[in-house]
Design a protein around this ligand. Sequence first.
Ligand code: SF4
Length: 71
Amino acid sequence: MAVSFRIRVDMIACDGRGLCADLLPERIRLDDWGYPMIDPTSVSGVVLDHARRAVAACPVLALKLEAVRGS
Ligand code: SF4
């Protein structure tokens, strides 16, 4: 069974600085107030590497990688 990953954001914790959109432009854009809008498409390969970097860099730990089990 294959495992892929999706990006999730805790909007309560997020303070909208927008660092994640700089580190993961493949999946994250910012709204007019600087809060992230997440593309729910799964990430893999080099995009997964970028996602891990963005998760590690979030200053309030609001960004998470969620494992998605597929067939
Ligand atoms: S880096 Fe973290 S706190 Fe900043 S906008 Fe992204 S999710 Fe929110």
